[in-house]
Design a protein around this ligand. Sequence first.
Ligand code: HEC
Ligand code: HEC
Ligand code: HEC
Ligand code: HEC
Ligand code: HEC
Length: 385
Amino acid sequence: MRQIAGVLAANVLYVLGVATTLGAVSDRAAPTTTDAEYASARTCQSCHRTIHLYWSESEHGRSAVKPSYLAALRSAVEAAADPNRVRRDCVSCHAPTTLVTGDFELKQALAREGVNCDFCHTVADVDLDRAGHPFDVRPGRVKRGPLEYAKSPFHETAYSPLHKSSSLLCAACHEYTNDLGVRVLSTYTEWKEGPYAARGMNCQECHMPLVPGDSVREGLTSTRRVINLHRMTGGSAPSQVDKGLALRIESLTVGARTADVQVVVTNAAAGHAVPGGLSTKTLLLVVGVETASGELLHRQERAYRRELKDAEGRTMVSVPDLFLKAASVGEDSRLKPKESRTERFTIPVPEDAKAIVARLEYRDASDPSAPHSTVITELRRAPRL
Ligand code: HEC
Ligand code: HEC
Ligand code: HEC
Ligand code: HEC
Ligand code: HEC
């Protein structure tokens, strides 16, 4: 009984939302772009509990409210010649329901949900040639997804190849060219020009793998016992970065006072360059000697990153600058999909050396108050034979 009451409550909530909208546009028969409103993720949560839980742990669920994002938004808007346009631009990806609601100041709770369920699941098509608004948005009763025979008593469903197997859905936000013609975000292009697109392996296959779980809660009929993981991790999760990379000590030659070390680092399983996304990220290959006291001495590094430069040729680091002022692409030393790099180091080996260490560190400067730097993986070898 409790369950049925819950379902009914959710149903009423949902119908109320739709009814308000239909009331406003009663002169139109078929749903179009403007005759419906987005529902809150909380409405979806009442039935799609597990998926909601994963989404709420995702960066998509936080994209409109993270303090680092809000700080970047503020300084971008302050620095802009046309502040309203810049705000609209930033918010259109970080809180995309505003494309329809116009709530660019994020006054309503809905906008603060960021990239939410109903936004993604009512996108009907994507056209990347329409810069600024590549989405064909159809908020309303029809929820589009990967299931061919799904039936929900509470909303209509439509099978959508865009959701099931097209990287375009993601590309609409993960690819961005600024006013100066520079690709600030190029994840989609990197994927498209790489080996995974050729094999038909899209963003979803890696970022939304099938995991055990119920698509809807007990009491409702579901078509299968697995769900697509909605956590969609990237650089914020060291385990995901580790998944993409392979590190190997190819050779180690220890002499009287020095050691020659050859290390191979490979982008083994990321569908785009690593580090991916915004050019705030650096992957560091570090080689050094660990002493008896546990210190890492004689540290040497190779850095892999993509540099964006302003009109004067200066490399930029702050997020607002990257979006607004990037005028050219500088050095891009990142690892392309499947690419291996062999790096050679000669390091001094002191008497009390305990181990030769090779490791990968990942840094993200997008949050200046807490630059996150993480050891992704570490290898150790005895310094003497
Ligand atoms: C009262 C219950 C209920 C609510 C509320 C609800 N759904 Fe569903 N939904 C279902 C059921 C049942 C299915 C069928 C699941 C299956 O077959 O595995 C479904 C299926 C779906 C599908 C799959 C469609 C397809 O063809 O692949 C999507 C997408 C979806 N819902 C999105 C949403 C979104 C977004 C919301 C919130 C705006 C929402 N749902 C709210 C019950 C609900
Ligand atoms: C960034 C876009 C995006 C967001 C946000 C999102 N989804 Fe999905 N969802 C997808 C895609 C893409 C698939 C299909 C993946 C595939 O088939 O590989 C999917 C699949 C589904 C399905 C079908 C069952 C399954 O797991 O495959 C349901 C139901 C669903 N999502 C509900 C939700 C709900 C509820 C939320 C919010 C709590 C949500 N989605 C948030 C993109 C999104
Ligand atoms: C409406 C815009 C939008 C769409 C559509 C979208 N994303 Fe995102 N995505 C974002 C934003 C904004 C962020 C950054 C959020 C933040 O860190 O504050 C992000 C972050 C991510 C991250 C990084 C997470 C981390 O741990 O660093 C991954 C991975 C990701 N998205 C994958 C996808 C995939 C896969 C799809 C398609 C199924 C997709 N996104 C669709 C806007 C979008
Ligand atoms: C073959 C698997 C694979 C495919 C295909 C793939 N990714 Fe990734 N992605 C990864 C791995 C592994 C990482 C972690 C390594 C990293 O951070 O670069 C990652 C990281 C990311 C990040 C975070 C970058 C960072 O360093 O913070 C984003 C954003 C992202 N992917 C989006 C996408 C989008 C959008 C697509 C489709 C155009 C896509 N990915 C296709 C495996 C994949
Ligand atoms: C085309 C869509 C798009 C636009 C426009 C956009 N962003 Fe983003 N933003 C993203 C995506 C996708 C990511 C995640 C990329 C990654 O993982 O590196 C991101 C990441 C970020 C981050 C780092 C993650 C975090 O939350 O700390 C900040 C800060 C940020 N954006 C601020 C802005 C500001 C400010 C603007 C406007 C000047 C803007 N963005 C415009 C899509 C967009």
